[in-house]
Write a protein that binds this ligand. Structure first.
Ligand code: HEM
Ligand code: HEM
Length: 211
């Protein structure tokens, strides 16, 4: 019998596991429920399935949780990148970065509290811009920054930016999705891309763990 000892992890490595564990334990299961509730909301609207009127509301609630935790997990992933990167003279200072992270959380909280579509879209866009601002810091692993570079398409960071942008857009448009058929079709189409991005994030994220 061969006994293999489990390698012990440093505190840094344990902290690096917070992001993937949060995504695996919370985001993927709740996305499954969100997709199922979305399909049920559609069946209800088309009179194919006589289910409770709370289903579309539950779908949007689940979607909000998924978006919120994706934003939080991205902040944690980027913070870990920045904290563990070797320090170079001229690198950004700690305090402005913490303020930018707090700004992302504050704009997301404002999005949750706002009803009319225009300001919701503005808060959603501000949250996404905050993520981009933090992602532009030295230390954050982006792969490549331009679409004509192949590393761009393999980048876990840019996949996350696209995914969070689409989820935040759904949150911004929430009031219109139920009301306007064109927006609803756009919502379903864009969220098929979200489902695809969730799969590619799982692949590039586990690849990150191996490297
Ligand atoms: C995994 C991501 C998501 C998927 C796959 C998805 C899918 C769907 C589907 C299939 C419908 C039914 C469309 C129809 O009736 O033809 C729907 C409706 C809707 N979705 Fe999503 N969605 C997602 C995320 C979100 C998010 C993040 C929000 C915003 C918080 C949201 C808000 C809504 C709303 C408000 C409706 C309309 C419900 C109604 O009929 O009143 N969804 N979605
Ligand atoms: C919703 C899906 C996900 C999103 C939006 C996301 C987003 C991000 C972002 C923005 C970063 C920082 C930039 C970078 O280092 O690439 C990151 C880092 C990372 N992600 Fe993800 N990720 C997701 C899923 C996953 C999964 C499923 C895993 C692994 C099972 C994973 C593992 C990692 C690892 C190992 C890092 C390096 C982080 C570090 O230094 O702490 N991610 N992720």
């Amino acid at each position: 019998m061969i006994l293999l000892s489990v390698p012990s992890l440093t505190a840094d490595q344990w902290l690096g596991l917070v992001h993937p564990v949060l995504i695996i334990l919370f985001v993927y299961p709740v996305v499954g429920a969100t997709i199922r509730l979305g399909i049920l909301a559609r069946e209800r609207r088309l009179d194919l399935n006589p289910i409770a009127p709370t289903v579309p509301v539950e779908h949007a609630d689940h979607g909000r949780w998924v978006t919120g935790v994706v934003v939080l997990a991205m902040l944690i992933g980027m913070a870990h990148d920045i904290a563990t990167a070797p320090l170079v003279a001229g690198d950004s200072h700690f305090a402005p970065l913490v303020m930018a992270g707090a700004g992302v959380i504050a704009t997301f909280a404002a999005l949750l509290r706002t009803r009319p579509t225009a300001p919701r879209l503005a808060w959603a866009f501000s949250t996404w811009l905050g993520l981009l601002l933090l992602g532009s810091q030295p230390g954050v692993v982006r792969g490549a920054d331009w679409p004509w570079q192949s590393a761009f398409w393999q980048s876990h960071y840019w996949g996350g930016i696209a995914l969070s942008g689409l989820l935040l857009l759904s949150m911004g448009l929430q009031g219109e999705i139920g009301r306007r058929p064109k927006i609803r079709r756009l919502h379903v189409g864009l969220n098929l891309v979200v489902a695809l991005l969730l799969a590619t994030q799982a692949i590039s994220g586990t690849r990150n763990l191996l490297s």
